[in-house]
Write a protein that binds this ligand. Structure first.
Ligand SMILES: Cc1cc2nc3c(=O)[nH]c(=O)nc-3n(C[C@H](O)[C@H](O)[C@H](O)COP(=O)(O)OP(=O)(O)OC[C@H]3O[C@@H](n4cnc5c(N)ncnc54)[C@H](O)[C@@H]3O)c2cc1C
Length: 491
């Protein structure tokens, strides 16, 4: 079957666009979710039969049509930084369609304040081009040096400066995508319209389960780095830190960064100054007058809760920390090597969101349950979290848990990650929050997709039926597959 399929593929694209090297296929069979098992060469999923590298939208269309007609599963791939199993393969006959050769910046339009790129352009590449002209995308996930625009849109990603610039869905103006039956849809670039439902959102966040994104237009912003200011405080507890975050936001101010670290999480990031306290951070940026007003609002909010503030942190320490936050590919590779060398997982995460009223209850319930219910609690080397993206009506919580791995590598996720992940998701859903703030559902939160959406799951399901009637797009991602959930998630 696979030899015949590859021969057919050669009629669609040239031979040098098709990769069948065994090591690369193994690498393509899973993402960071199972990085430890993958590095230990014990993955339990099938490898794809090929990775293909299209150069154009027309080639993506030919590939998708071919796969649709021949019942071949397609995994769209961009920068390979997925964390939730979106790139993991659950089908015997799968082709990975890697967009990284579609890497042209097509237009930077500083008059209309938007830039158009092919989906394989790295965010860092676009950002560097814009900075030369005095502009920014405003998008800065920690994976910025590696992640590509297609993947960033497909996962509904968010960056460190989200409180000011928004998340990717606030930035995308228009896009082009290809559906498995061969339709190419180009959504035009307009400032706003009331032309029916906002169809951008069928592609944004689809995680490769409905369509392949080939081109993206995003807003651009004037960049004023000379006005940046940084603020840091040690605060008594998460409750009061969250109150301070809320105060700034609900009063109408938009610092680019508004973050709060629990003391355990602060230990990882700010060991040289955190003094066993929570750390509250703000950054203000933009035109001078806005920065000045934002600085005043931050000072007032902190003053209002002054009895919970232990001390102010030198702003330079915060600035230095920010300057080293992003991950190059070499740092990502090093992390995996360290993990294998030490048999310990340094930083698994589950990120959720909820309204202001419930986020602290979720945080406290999760901490309590993990400490009291998790069987391997003694193997935990860290348990904490931070809020890193705030909104008028609530915020996110990025739970972080590190542990020593005292089991066979292939059992790690089941023994360690899944029970903790499950507690976080249960507590979040119970209090009306969302189980995934920005990493997407991938395959490893799909067991809760129906619960996440409730009665609105009907709408999601209809999209799958309409746009991918043969079910060839990224099998198991977002949309739950009971057989595979039993096989790979809860054996
Ligand atoms: C060190 C590190 C830091 C991170 N920090 C952040 C952060 O700050 N904020 C954040 O939001 N995320 C973060 N992430 C998660 C990850 O970077 C994001 O989810 C990112 O958007 C993935 O982009 P990618 O190009 O790597 O996509 P990939 O990993 O290649 O793919 C991700 C998903 O999108 C699908 N997909 C990829 N390309 C396309 C396409 N062209 N069309 C349709 N579907 C497609 C894939 O099938 C997969 O399901 C981080 C990850 C790492 C490793």
């Amino acid at each position: 079957m696979s030899a015949q399929t590859i021969n057919e593929l050669k009629k669609i694209i040239s031979e040098d666009q098709i990769v069948t090297d065994e090591n690369l296929l193994y690498d393509a069979s899973a993402d960071r979710y199972k990085k430890y098992a993958k590095a230990k060469n014990v993955l339990d999923v099938p490898a794809p039969i090929a990775i293909v590298y299209p150069y154009s939208t027309e080639e993506v269309k030919s590939l998708l049509t071919f796969c649709n007609e021949n019942d071949i599963n397609v995994i769209p791939r961009s920068g390979k930084t997925a964390t939730e199993g979106g790139l993991e393969n659950w089908k015997d006959t799968t082709i990975v369609v890697d967009g990284s050769k579609m890497d042209k910046v097509l237009k930077i339009d500083t008059y209309n304040m938007q830039a158009t790129v092919q989906s394989g352009v790295k965010l860092q590449t676009l950002e560097d081009e814009l900075r030369k002209l005095g502009y920014t995308t405003g998008h800065s996930p920690q994976s910025k040096p590696v992640a590509q625009m297609g993947g960033l849109v497909a996962t509904r990603s968010i960056g460190q400066f989200s409180t000011l610039y928004g998340a990717i869905e606030d930035m995308v103006v228009g896009l082009e995508c290809v559906f498995p039956e061969g339709g190419i849809s180009k959504i035009k670039n307009v400032p706003r319209r009331s032309g029916g439902p906002d169809i951008r959102h069928i592609a944004i966040g689809n995680e490769g389960s409905l369509c392949y994104i080939t081109e993206v237009t995003v807003k651009i912003f004037k960049f004023y780095p000379e006005n940046n200011t940084f603020h840091g405080y040690l605060v008594e507890d998460m409750e009061s830190g969250l109150e301070m975050l809320r105060e700034v936001i609900i009063n109408g101010f938009r610092p680019s960064v508004a973050r709060l670290y629990s003391e355990e999480d602060a230990r990882q990031h700010f060991s040289h100054f955190y003094k066993n306290k929570c750390v509250l951070i703000f950054m203000a940026e933009g035109p001078e007058g806005i920065v000045k007003a934002t600085n005043e609002a931050i000072n007032q909010a902190v003053e209002k809760f002054h009895s919970h503030v232990v001390e102010k942190v030198d702003p330079e320490l915060i600035e230095t920390w920010f300057n080293n936050l992003n991950w190059e590919q070499s740092r990502i590779d090093e992390e995996i090597k360290d993990m294998v060398d030490s048999n310990s997982h340094d930083g698994f995460t589950t990120e959720v969101s909820a309204d202001w009223e419930n986020i602290i209850k979720i945080y406290n319930n999760v901490m309590y349950r993990i400490k009291n219910e998790f069987e391997r609690v003694d193997d935990l080397t860290m348990l904490g979290g931070h809020s890193s993206h705030s909104y008028l009506n609530g915020t996110n919580m990025y739970f972080v848990y590190n542990y020593k791995i005292d089991c066979a590598p292939e059992d790690e996720m089941l023994i360690y990650h899944h029970p903790i992940h499950e507690i976080i998701i249960e507590e979040t859903l119970k209090l009306g929050g969302s189980m995934c703030h920005h990493h997407g559902i991938g395959k490893y939160r799909s067991e809760w997709t129906k619960e996440e959406h409730g009665s609105a799951y009907y709408m999601l399901e209809k999209l799958k039926e309409a746009f991918d009637p043969n079910g060839i797009m990224n099998h198991g991602t977002i949309f739950p597959k009971e057989v595979e959930i039993k096989k790979y998630i809860r054996p």
